[in-house]
Design a binder for this molecule. Structure first.
Ligand code: ZN
Ligand code: ZN
Length: 778
């Protein structure tokens, strides 16, 4: 029997229609298809459609197969092809040359806005070529690079709906923009010195300084040790000479940022290697199109001439470095010739300033000069932060360069979902179908300004994606602003999600699986089902639900929230849990330091539970040990003590502390006061803090392996997911993963989204999507 006419005959002429879904708009994908089709002498067309890019191609069947193959294998690195649907049909005997169709379907919204992309090699070469018309022009870009997410007001992505709409293209730019063979064909933000944005230099009051070269004026200010606010892609940066201790200290003082590490911009990879140890994976991460800040092992001070000032990242072995990603940063670095501190333009914990008037108002008392330009920023977006843990990159703060790339879920959402995230390091998520769009890092919502920025960001992304959420997932914590916000929404279905379940679900979603696992969720604070503060948890979990099968022993947090900011309170509480009243007899500097009021607070907390919520938090255990080792009594930011403790633990541990594992109501309880006793004995015996730090980390990794082993015996599960802020700790993550793998476990860790609370929304979203499916569309 003859095959139906629609099936292509091998070797004969055929026609196919391709629907290509994924990040294919705003990344030069249509010109790529056009050039490829031309090279294969195909007929047909390519155009933007509502679901993605549509290609109609006609030619020899064999040629079409090769075309399809190369379409997948040679697509621009900035495109992300999620799915290609191929429909074959009989040939139309279309002999017209292949074309880019800009008429049909272009009014339809593009479903995948692209992230901002680091300036490409082609544009950099033009910028450095004195013969080129864009020589030394700080705003050049092309279809492969430049601003995207931060300039988009609405979709579909075209110039009219970006902040480039203010700039009318000159004839030369328009010619490039309209010619399919040009590398700026439909490069929406394209610009040149004739028609595009310009730089200006302002004084500390925001008054224009009439200088011929604003860049040179900024360079001079930076070299003189001054602080310059630089308008970037997603907001203002504050910059100063990173090698000048006085400039760095002054920046800290004016910014009211006591000890948080500051990011450093270096000119190139070689310069990064002068200050830090950079592995091949780290080099790749530094040079990726997303250009995150990468946390790197610092070389000992003095090893490099013109060292980065100690005050950039006090008491930490890690330094956050990034490479230039905008043409402006390249120009600046080439002229200033030294590493620059490049930190978010804000005071303390406020959101980064991105609107010009707001930046001038808020940074006026901080910056000596403003290097600005006239291209408005539509979306506030911080730099991303990443780290290589055990040879694989982990995003710790997901923002510029990654957002709004979608993360595919294992279950399709029946209706649009808003997942509100947590309170600290907040990011929210929107779900459409199988795609979870995680917002950029929006910071700590405790600050009123940050909360307003958060609601604006929710509205903006909902508008951009054209979504009206019908399902709203949120944390259980009644004190979180994101929870309170979720509860004010009417006419939607609420899905409350326990904090640590969300962490484990986030790790599952990050790895694209929905399997029942042993979830190790360790962090600082998460609201438990019993109303206590959880944070050292072992769960049996999948997206459908969880069971709490193990946790750290509970200890009181004397003074409640104050115990988070003041680790000395936790050190005292743990000592009390380990020794009772006998802690007074311990030969410890810490105990001698405690004054009478501290003792009173402690005994009231222990005996009456007065203002002393119970916690099983792993983060608080790190705080306590860091404090006992004399690292600090108070912290300026979350996880500071834990980071310093990790920095201490550089050597391999020579022994472990013994830790008991109790059983309580069928739940494994890790006797954390045992660890404190081990640490105290070491301190009394004069063992060095670095060695104690190593033993402490190794002990916790062993606790994970032992407890998971026991849970495997009961449950038969041999997959483990590690999540929660504690797993930002590279040492603990590496030890735990290695130990678990040696014990025969399959281990899942985070990569695309942070293990910290920045990843919570993805977990909430995955759980809500799964729930929707169970209820058959709710
Ligand atoms: Zn480019
Ligand atoms: Zn132009």
């Amino acid at each position: 029997m003859a095959p139906p006419a629609v099936l292509p005959q091998p070797g004969g002429r055929a026609r196919c229609r391709l629907l290509i879904e994924g990040v294919v708009q705003g990344v030069g994908f249509r010109p790529f298809v056009y050039r490829l089709a031309e090279a294969h002498r195909l007929n047909g067309s390519v155009r933007n459609g509502r679901l993605g890019v549509l290609v109609d191609a006609e030619g020899d069947r064999d040629t079409l197969d090769r075309f399809l193959e190369q379409l997948k294998s040679t697509a621009p690195a900035t495109a992300c092809l999620e799915r290609i649907t191929v429909t074959w049909s009989a040939p139309h005997h279309d002999r017209a040359p292949f074309r880019i169709d800009t008429s049909a379907g272009e009014g339809e919204p593009a479903l995948y806005p692209a992230p901002d992309l680091a300036v490409c090699a082609g544009c950099l070469a033009e910028m450095r070529d004195p013969e080129n018309r864009r020589f030394a022009y700080p705003f050049l870009n092309c279809t492969q690079c430049g601003p995207r997410y931060t300039i988009i007001r609405a979709l579909p992505y075209d110039r009219e709906r970006t902040s480039m709409s203010w700039f009318a293209m000159c004839p030369a730019c328009r010619h490039e923009y309209e010619h399919p063979r040009d590398r700026r064909f439909h490069a929406e933000p394209t610009a040149c010195p004739v028609c595009g944005p310009r730089l200006a230099l302002l004084d500390s009051e925001g008054r224009p300084l009439h200088v011929s070269d604003p860049l040179e004026g900024s360079v001079a200010a930076l070299k003189a040790g001054q602080i310059v606010a630089v308008k970037g892609l997603g907001g203002y940066h504050l910059a100063c000479d990173a090698t000048a201790p006085a400039a760095v200290s002054e920046l800290r003082r004016r910014k009211a940022r006591d000890a948080k590490p500051l990011a450093v911009l270096v000119g190139n990879l070689e310069e990064a290697r002068r200050f830090c140890v950079v592995s091949a994976t780290e080099a790749e991460l530094l040079q990726s199109a997303a250009r995150p800040i990468v946390l790197l092992q610092r070389r000992p001070p003095g090893a490099a001439s013109g060292s980065v000032a100690e005050d950039v990242a006090p008491r930490l072995r890690l330094l956050g470095l990034m490479l230039p990603y905008t043409p402006l940063q390249h120009l600046l670095m080439a002229r200033v010739g030294r590493p620059l501190v490049m930190t978010s333009g804000n005071r303390s914990d406020e959101p980064i300033a991105y609107e010009d008037h707001d930046a001038l108002a808020r940074l006026g008392g901080i910056a000596d000069r403003f290097l600005v330009h006239d291209r408005p920023i539509e979306v506030r977006c911080d730099d991303s932060v990443a780290r290589v843990v055990d040879t694989a990159p982990v995003v710790l703060r997901r923002a510029r360069g990654y957002v709004p790339l979608a993360i595919p879920l294992t279950h399709e959402a029946a209706e649009p979902i808003l997942a509100c995230g947590g309170e600290l390091k907040n990011a929210f998520a929107l779900v459409r179908g199988r795609q979870a769009f995680l917002s950029q890092h929006l910071g700590d919502l405790g600050d009123e300004r940050a909360f307003r920025a958060w609601t604006d960001a929710v509205a903006h992304l909902e508008g951009l994606l054209g979504l009206a959420p019908r399902i709203v997932a949120h944390d259980l914590h009644p004190g979180y602003r994101s929870t309170a916000y979720a509860r004010t929404l009417d006419g939607v279905r609420h899905v409350p999600v326990q904090h640590h379940h969300a962490h484990i679900a986030s790790c599952l979603a990050d790895n694209g699986i929905d399997k029942r696992v042993i979830g190790v969720a360790w962090d600082g604070t998460g609201y438990g089902l019993d109303g206590h503060v959880w944070g050292g948890e072992f769960l049996l979990a999948d997206l459908a639900g969880f069971e709490r099968v193990g946790s750290f022993q509970q200890v009181p947090m004397p003074g409640g929230e104050a115990a988070i900011r003041e680790p000395w309170r936790m050190a005292a509480a743990f000592l009390h849990a380990a020794y009772g009243e006998a802690m007074g007899e311990l030969d410890l500097a810490f105990v001698r330091r405690l004054d009478r009021s501290a003792w009173r607070l402690l005994s009231r907390a222990a005996e009456q539970g007065l203002n002393a919520p119970l916690t099983s938090s792993a983060g608080r255990l790190f705080d306590a040990v860091a404090c006992l080792l004399g690292l600090r009594d108070r912290v300026d930011f979350e996880a500071q003590a834990a980071m310093e403790l990790e920095a201490l633990a550089e050597q391999e541990a020579d022994r472990l502390y013994s830790v008991g594992l109790d059983e309580l109501d069928g739940r494994a309880v890790v006797r954390t006061p045992d660890i404190i006793r081990g640490v105290v004995e070491d301190i009394v015996a004069g063992v060095g803090a670095d060695r104690i730090g190593s033993r402490f980390h190794a002990t916790l990794a062993d606790v994970i392996v032992t407890t998971c082993g026991r849970l495997r015996d009961h449950s038969g599960l041999d997959r483990v997911a590690l999540s929660g802020g504690v797993f930002q700790n590279a040492r603990l993550s590496r030890l735990a993963k290695g130990g678990l793998e040696r014990a025969g476990f399959r281990v899942y860790t985070h990569h695309q989204v942070p293990p910290n609370d920045g990843g919570l929304a993805l977990g909430q979203a995955a759980i809500a999507a799964r729930l929707g499916q169970d209820r058959n569309g709710i």
